[in-house]
Design a protein around this ligand. Structure first.
Ligand code: MSP
Length: 508
């Protein structure tokens, strides 16, 4: 079986999880579930990024030890996963021994190979924030913002990783692998970025300034700084599980492509003689009501608020339907309600209600064998063939929003089919022809519902499971075989009713 190793970014633990974190998990989960359905042996990793200055500061501000602080916040991120029905196989924390061990091992290897050297680092340092500042932190008039307090130029001895010597190699690699980064235009941005010379990367901080990190194996007076620690998680999590490395996809947000994932990580791996990940999948950012998400401005969406009010699949559906992977999107409650009401409650929910209702009223609760079909049925079946044929390649290309649009087009067509056949009229006629058509229509709508649910399984796994249950149906082990229009439901005993998407209170 082909192995498919997919990862999310690991989240910083200096704040609670929000919609952006939730989106990345859901997107990656949809891909992981889709690949499993397609028969791959999937390994899905997520986790938390727990070292660094900010964590040390946040813990201090609360007067607790960093370890206690990261245990708490990492726990919140871990709790988000079942809330979103995420099917991850592993959860890594950078404070775990299995991770620290590998980071130290890799650092030592690079040091032994002469890829790491000691040099003076000169920069503007904020004592209040305990961090080096960058030119971009300056105000337009050249002064430093108030929050940094006193800023002084200091010189510090640190360890550097020889990034620059690999610049040409990286440009060459990207030129040869033009599908390394999805969407493709992001790869062009990386090549553009690489037109400027790279600096070697400072990978350490003196322990007297930053205690909360992994000590360098070759100099315990220093800890390793930020990216060297964080990026290695993808590898450390599978270091002793043969067959998974290299990763197939790292799913990340656009803010951490350049330089960490597109420059540092490939060069680190190359310098170590390790295979590179096959690809990076870069998603865009969610804003809320047109504004960047931030706790202070109050437009901070807590995923649990939506899963609590509307159910986990409503949120999963919205996030995947609304966002064109790679682009940015805006989250508003109004738009959420539009999709919830018209697509989920009215369109999809209605199909479920009608199918159960009609089968109970006119079929004694049993899905009948279809009688002869006519053009109306054949048209719906042809639409199904077309939809299935389009949706799978769309999912393979991460075009999930369009895949959902097409699937819902089929659901709309099935509802229209029911209107046209009007089983409630056929049910009143004693004509054998009408009775045969009634059986055909009941079988057709049930089969169409079963198929639509199968196609929605990766995005709405809980809903799909409920639908199969009320249809009295247990799917077989091979997903693709579930997508064939047939007679799998003939004789199935359906449930009385299922309310999937109850109507919410009107928009606030
Ligand atoms: N710890 C680093 C990543 C290290 S990966 C080796 C980090 N953490 S983060 O918590 O700030 O972000 C985690 C992920 O969430 C990133 O991929 C980031 O792009 C994503 N998002 C954070 N806010 C987001 C939105 N508003 N919208 C979509 N995704 C966003 O970066």
């Amino acid at each position: 079986m082909k192995s498919f190793y997919i990862t999310t970014a690991i989240d910083y633990v200096n704040g609670s999880p929000h919609l952006g974190h939730a989106y990345e998990k859901v997107l990656t989960d949809v891909i992981a579930r889709f690949r499993r359905q397609m028969g791959d042996r999937v390994h899905f990793l997520t986790g938390t990024d727990e070292h660094g200055q900010k964590v040390q500061q946040s813990a201090r501000a609360r007067g607790i030890a960093p370890q206690q602080y990261v245990d708490e916040v990492s726990g919140e991120f871990r709790a988000l996963l079942p809330q979103l029905n995420i099917s991850n196989d592993d959860f890594i924390r950078t404070t775990e021994e299995r991770h620290k061990r590998v980071v130290r091992q890799l650092l030592q290897q690079l040091f032994d190979k002469g890829e790491i050297y000691l040099a003076e680092y000169k920069g503007f340092y904020s004592t209040r924030q305990e961090q080096f500042l960058q030119e971009k932190d300056r105000q337009p008039d050249g002064s430093w913002p108030e929050i940094f307090g006193e800023v002084t130029e200091i010189t510090e001895t640190n360890y550097f990783f020889k990034l620059q010597r690999y610049q040409e190699w990286l440009v060459d690699f990207l030129a040869k692998h033009d599908d390394f980064i999805f969407p493709r235009y992001r790869q062009k941005q990386v090549l553009e970025f690489l037109k400027e010379p790279l600096n070697d990367l400072c990978i350490s901080r003196p322990r007297e300034r930053l205690e909360w990190g992994i000590p360098l194996p070759f100099d315990e007076k220093y800890v390793t700084y930020v990216w060297f620690d964080a990026l290695v998680n993808y590898y450390s999590a599978v270091a002793d599980r043969p067959g998974f490395w290299p990763a197939d996809f790292h799913v990340i947000g656009k803010d951490i492509l350049l330089p960490p994932h597109a420059v540092y990580w490939p060069i680190m791996l190359h310098a170590l003689g390790l295979p590179l990940p096959k690809a990076l999948l870069v998603h865009g950012w969610w804003s809320v009501n047109g504004v960047k998400m931030s706790k202070s401005t109050g437009n901070f969406i807590v995923p649990g608020d939506y899963t609590g009010e509307f159910g986990v699949d409503a949120l999963r559906y919205f996030l995947v339907r609304e966002m064109n992977v790679g682009q940015d999107s805006d989250f508003t409650r109004a738009q959420f309600l539009v999709r919830y009401n018209s697509e989920l409650a009215n369109n999809f929910g209605n199909l479920v209600n009608r199918t159960l209702n009609m089968t109970n009223r006119f079929g004694g609760g049993i899905v009948p064998a279809a009688g002869p079909t006519e053009e109306t049925e054949q048209e719906l079946q042809a639409l199904w063939e077309k939809t299935r044929g389009e949706v799978i390649p769309l999912c393979e290309g991460f075009q999930f929003h369009t895949a959902l649009e097409k699937t819902f087009g089929f659901i709309t067509a099935t509802n229209a089919y029911i209107e046209k056949r009007a089983p409630w009229k056929l049910g009143k006629s004693a004509e054998p022809k009408d009775q045969a058509l009634l059986r055909t229509s009941l079988a057709t709508m049930a089969e169409a519902l079963r198929l639509a649910a199968a196609l929605l399984q990766a995005v709405m796994p809980a809903t799909t499971e409920k639908i199969n249950a009320v249809l009295g149906y247990t799917p077989g082990p091979v997903w693709r075989e579930e997508l064939t229009w047939g007679t799998k439901l003939t004789g199935a005993k359906v449930a009385e009713a299922l309310v999937l998407f109850p109507r919410p209170a009107p928009a606030k």
